[in-house]
Design a binder for this molecule. Structure first.
Ligand code: ATP
Ligand code: MG
Length: 393
């Protein structure tokens, strides 16, 4: 029996004229993601990508696990390919779903007749096939409201397909279909989740991380690199920029009032991030901030931070509770890495009494006390780039 995997589009299916470009990007992302999982034949039609194994040894469970992390796919079905005649559909249903039907007490049949030329109408397919199942498996009975198993028959253009239900996909839009943005990635819980959420909207992310050796360790940087690698199955390849931030932080500590350290640091990070974003042709910055979570995340602090930004700053976690953020970080498997106790440059220079509601004018004056322009340039020039690949992740 020939098996196939059907990857069904999410909201992309609703796109009008530019649906084709979304489709091309999704297909490219799927192929890239499955490159090291075997040889497959790909085609797309009717808002579905058809993934047909070319070798019997293909591990379809692995294929499905990988596809579940590809944005743009709403549902995945592992199905048996049938000829478009009822006899073949019936014969293959009884064979292909044998184990599932033997273990279940109730079932129903659903038919989806995309090809309206198929001689039997959907209710007829359901009735005939339901009858055949009851005859072959006398222990099982029909329950149309709450069945343990739903047998789905899809009559499409070239073939019919049968399967026992849809597996939930990652949803969203294919990565790359919305352009690029630069994620400020710390070692914490929030920023990896923020990157994941923007990737879900089709944004291809690059990442920037600020380090302050010797105040921050190699181990702390390695932790952030691990987070970056963890994001690649969802986000695709990630350009990771590591910025030397020590000199700037020391200048801050020497010359600027302590209660403004955090907000000034945030502004200086943004100024550097914008330079890197230009290089990367990224149109926006992304942070993991959430209103009120810590002193630097009050609205007033964000006003002061955004005043130095010439591009939009996306904060996808802005209205979320920590518990909701943690739930996502567990789902994408970044939580255990994030909670490892390594220092971040922000925590190294935390003021004892940070200004919770800083005023822009005072912050600007505080920043003028330091001599940052040349240091920003130097930090940008000293930035190291590493690329995290997702093909084999
Ligand atoms: P996170 O869990 O993402 O670290 P947080 O709750 O600890 O967030 P802050 O430390 O105030 O909050 O950081 C707010 C945001 O600033 C982070 O979400 C991240 O986007 C950015 N950020 C903080 N530290 C760094 C860093 N060392 N390099 C890059 N970005 C950073
Ligand atoms: Mg943090």
């Amino acid at each position: 029996m020939k098996e196939i995997v059907l990857a069904k589009y999410g909201e992309m299916a609703l796109k009008g004229q530019n649906k084709c470009s979304f489709e091309d990007i999704l297909l490219k992302n799927i192929k890239f993601r499955l490159k090291s999982a075997g040889k497959f034949r790909y085609s797309s039609a009717q808002s579905t990508v058809y993934i047909e194994p070319e070798e019997d040894s293909a591990d379809l469970d692995e294929v499905i696990a990988r596809l579940q992390k590809v944005f743009g796919i709403a549902a995945i079905c592992r199905a048996c390919v049938c000829e478009k005649n009822f006899d073949d559909i019936q014969k293959k249903t009884l064979e292909y779903l044998r184990e599932t039907l033997e273990d279940a007490r109730t079932f129903k049949v659903e038919a989806k007749r995309a090809d309206k030329k198929f001689p039997m109408k959907s209710p007829e397919i359901c009735m005939e096939l339901g009858g055949a199942v009851c005859e072959a498996f006398p222990e099982i009975s029909v329950d149309v409201h709450n069945p343990e198993v739903t047998i789905i028959v899809e009559i499409r253009d070239t073939n019919a397909y049968i399967h026992a239900g849809r597996i939930k996909g990652a949803g969203g839009l294919p990565v790359g279909s919305s352009g690029k943005a630069l994620l400020l990635l710390s070692g914490g819980i929030d920023s990896p989740v923020a990157g994941y959420m923007m990737a879900k909207r089709g944004i291809h992310i690059s990442a920037v991380h600020f380090v302050s050796p010797p105040y921050t360790s190699d181990r702390a940087r390695l932790k952030v690199e691990q987070l970056c690698q963890k994001l690649t199955p969802y986000c695709g390849d990630i350009h990771f920029y590591c910025v030397p931030f020590t000199e700037i932080q020391e200048e801050l500590r020497r010359k600027c009032p302590e209660e403004y350290f955090t907000v000034l640091m945030r502004r200086l990070m943004m100024l550097i991030a914008q330079e890197i974003a230009k290089k990367e042709e990224a149109l926006a910055l992304i942070t993991g901030e959430s209103v009120g979570q810590v002193a630097s995340q009050t609205m007033q602090a964000m006003v002061c931070t955004d005043a130095v930004c010439q591009c939009p700053v996306f904060r996808p976690l802005i209205g979320m509770d920590k518990t909701e953020i943690i739930e996502i970080s567990r789902k994408i498997d970044t939580f255990d890495i994030s909670v490892q106790p390594y220092e971040d440059c922000c925590t190294v220079f935390t003021p004892r009494h940070p200004k919770i509601r800083p005023q822009l004018e005072t912050v600007e004056k505080a920043q003028e006390k330091g001599d940052f322009a040349a240091m920003i340039q130097k930090a940008v020039e000293g930035t190291e780039l590493k690329v995290f690949k997702h093909a084999d992740a």
